[in-house]
Write a protein that binds this ligand. Structure first.
Ligand code: WT7
Length: 656
């Protein structure tokens, strides 16, 4: 966000006081902040009683910067906590998921009992295929119930899942499989998007050409398209899982047993394998969801509109929600599958009471127009949430008025793949809300905004967001690379976790998250690094050099703009340039994912560099956002920038 935009934003700040009706019945009461602050570690230990422990922990926190252990002598099973406990408590008939397919005619209702049966069968099938405790299993799946079942079955066995978003390319999948040495893959033949089947299995086949250690692939039949089959390696889900027994005796694992790995982009070309362990992670996802979403398990229908391929899906479609034993909507399709009012139809039909989604989606829905939500009964909604990127006040107000009927509190939740669970958020019924502010650290969480020297800034000032104390769901590191973990998060301000985000404390001391201050971009809530996209571009034989920046974009938050110099002059004609630009965009889609395709590629004979040879991204960002150019005195050739600005006007490629 530009400084000017931020100023305008802060100027028009409105404050919404918590409603007394909400406060009366809220799960969190005001004393929660002081109770937690008095002794955060003991407070978290109390929250750990939400879990079913096989052996109760007596240890709480063991902290050797930057490595934390929580509840280390306790033992438990994550899948028992999500499923078996509810069935054992007599809630087997309760609906766990109303699964809603891409097509309106396609839906499934899955109770906790059915979920338990499926998880046990899948655990038995995976055991038959050879999956053992500690093995890494890649999950590359569309939004179908089997994705959740696979995750739960994997952790039930003490194996480790690495869910790779199904929108990632074969190359991205294989590099993730190799990095953590996954030896099994669970996938589907394909997926549906706006009524059309698209294949998924070919990407797995291609990825596995470079992954010789993968022993077995379990494939859900979703689209019934033709699939290439490798005998001995590939197994159909319906042939392997469905014939298994629905009982499975779980083993219990130490609290610090690794549960999953989730790759996320850092500032280098290589994604980081962020891993999470069991007891602390489950404690914090369950606690945050209960208080922030004010869960009433007997009546609420929660819809977290995210993909299980990202951390939001892990924490608030799978683990937190299931531990809390609530009923959810899980949706396979796009916001406009079957029409631009599809979301509102779903909310009306299933009486969704809590909706949690990303600002980028809200902006898209807003662009389509308020007549779409207005045509549906959304009175079942009582709470709204956002996650993934800063939300502009305009989108916040639109969400409040047109979706929440001006009565639902909005929780703007800040967190990261690394934090595992929500860290900064209002609490409904207690905290006032302001359009665009995430407001306060969650109880038991220590957050600060600091200047370059690591000193706290005062009210009305901005700086770097840091987390000052260990928290239960914090990542335990980067898989296989403890040094990189220390270096990335714990070296900038010794003893404090460096989040990579800018933040501001307003005059009331409330927190505003301002976006990344490093080379990480946030495209439609998807995290990508500039270096990753540059790396993909220079991997193309025609490219000599590339510089990528995230430029602000009204819908996607940020959009990728790439400045590329070619190796040979690729022809001066307009037509050749356009073809080259398109080829490069497709190349990035192939190497990373269609979500990483640059919005614009500018072919330029030169890039602006400092005298020491560093590319001046700040200038390029100014150019990409049509801003007045800043100080160019350290440039080797200041004319380069103006030349690029001119090129942007003439040769840039359009949007999708
Ligand atoms: C980055 C983390 C957390 C699940 C989805 C993203 C940005 C996240 C907010 C928010 C402003 C936010 C930050 C953060 N971010 N939530 N409420 N307000 N920014 O997880 O892919 O690990 O990305 O998303 O920049 O560092 P992720």
């Amino acid at each position: 966000m530009t400084e000017a935009k931020l100023e305008a934003w802060l100027d028009e700040t409105r404050v919404f006081a918590p409603s007394p009706e909400f406060a009366k019945q809220a799960n969190a009461q005001p004393s929660i902040y002081t109770d937690a602050a008095a002794d955060p570690v003991s407070w978290w230990r109390k929250q750990a009683d939400r879990l079913v422990w096989h052996k109760q922990p007596t240890n709480t926190l063991e902290w050797e910067i930057p490595f934390a252990k929580w509840f280390s002598d306790g033992t438990l099973n994550a899948s028992v906590n999500c499923v078996d406990r509810h069935v054992a408590a007599g809630k087997g008939d309760k609906v766990a998921y109303y699964w809603v397919g891409d097509a309106e005619s396609d839906s499934r209702t899955i109770t906790y009992q059915e979920l338990q049966d499926m998880v046990c069968q899948a655990a038995n099938a995976l055991t038959e295929l050879g999956v053992k405790k500690g093995d890494r299993v890649a999950v590359y799946m569309p939004m179908i119930p089997e994705a959740v079942v696979a995750m739960l079955a994997i952790v039930r066995l003490g194996a480790i899942h690495s869910v790779v978003f199904a929108g990632f390319s074969a190359d991205a999948l294989s590099s993730r499989i190799l990095d953590s040495d996954c030896t099994f893959v669970v996938t589907a033949d394909g997926a549906f998007r706006r009524g059309a089947a698209s294949a998924l299995k070919p990407a797995v086949d291609e990825a596995l050409e470079s992954c010789p250690n993968v022993k077995a692939v379990l494939v859900v039949k979703r689209t019934a398209g033709d699939v290439h089959w490798t005998d001995g390696r590939d197994h159909w889900w319906h042939e392997t899982v469905d014939r298994q027994s629905t009982s499975h005796v779980p083993e219990f694992f130490p609290s610090e047993h690794t549960m999953f790995i989730m790759y996320t982009s850092g500032t280098t070309a290589k994604p980081k394998g962020i891993y999470h362990t069991t007891g602390g992670y489950l404690t914090q996802v369950a606690t945050t969801q209960d208080y922030i979403f004010d869960l009433k398990p007997d009546t609420d229908i929660l819809w977290t509109a995210a993909d299980i391929g990202w951390i939001t899906g892990h924490s608030y479609i799978v683990y937190g929600s299931l531990i809390n034993g609530i009923t959810q909507v899980m949706y396979e399709g796009l916001p406009d599958s079957g029409g631009k009012d599809r979301w509102w139809k779903i909310i009306e039909q299933y009486k969704v009471s809590i909706l949690y989604t990303a600002p980028t989606t809200i902006r898209t829905l807003m662009k389509w127009g308020k007549e779409f939500p207005a045509g549906h009964d959304l009175s079942s909604l009582r709470l709204l949430g956002t996650v993934g990127e800063p939300i502009n006040p305009e989108a916040w107000m639109w969400y409040r008025e047109n979706i929440g009927g001006s009565r639902c509190p909005i929780v703007d939740t800040w967190w990261q793949t690394e934090t595992g669970a929500i860290m900064i958020t209002p609490l409904p019924g207690i905290t006032a809300t302001k359009p665009g502010a995430a407001m306060r650290p969650f109880p038991g969480i220590g957050v600060d905004v600091v200047d370059n020297n690591g000193d706290s800034v005062g009210n009305g000032e901005g700086g770097y967001l840091v987390i000052t104390h260990p928290w239960p769901s914090m990542t335990r590191g980067i898989y296989g690379d403890p040094e990189r973990y220390r270096e990335t998060y714990w070296s900038r301000f010794p003893g404090k976790y460096f989040a990579g985000d800018g933040a501001k404390r307003d005059e009331d001391g409330d927190l505003w998250l301002l976006g990344r201050i490093d080379d990480v971009m946030n495209i439609s809530g998807h995290r990508l690094s500039t270096t990753e996209v540059e790396h993909a571009l220079v991997g193309h034989p025609a490219v000599a050099e590339a510089a990528v920046v995230g430029a602000s974009d009204d819908t996607t938050g940020q959009a990728i703009v790439a400045f590329v110099t070619l190796r040979m002059s690729a022809g001066d004609e307009e037509k050749d340039q356009a073809a080259m630009i398109e080829e490069l965009r497709q190349h990035v889609a192939k190497v990373i994912s269609p979500i990483a395709k640059p919005r614009q590629i500018i072919l330029t004979p030169d890039l602006p560099k400092t005298r020491s040879g560093k590319i001046m991204r700040r200038l390029l960002r100014d150019v990409a956002e049509n801003r007045q150019l800043g100080d160019v005195t350290t440039l080797t050739d200041p004319t380069v920038v103006n030349m690029i600005a001119d090129l942007m006007d003439t040769h840039s490629s359009g949007d999708e």
